[in-house]
Design a protein around this ligand. Sequence first.
Ligand code: ZN
Length: 66
Amino acid sequence: MATTDGVSNGMTEPCAVCDTDTLHEVSVQLVTEAGGGENAQYSREPYRVRECQRCGNRESQRMNNA
Ligand SMILES: [Zn+2]
């Protein structure tokens, strides 16, 4: 395969689909969430989004664990 030099935010992490460690592109996105209750409070929560560069599987994980 081609060299991976120059990939700035690539990380090798396990992929559930590939069932092995693969290169992932990792980014953080702010996702607007509706809070519970009648007085809906919308908060922007950071999510860590990673995308497998091998199979394209994309996973997001909330960074603030309640
Ligand atoms: Zn994968």
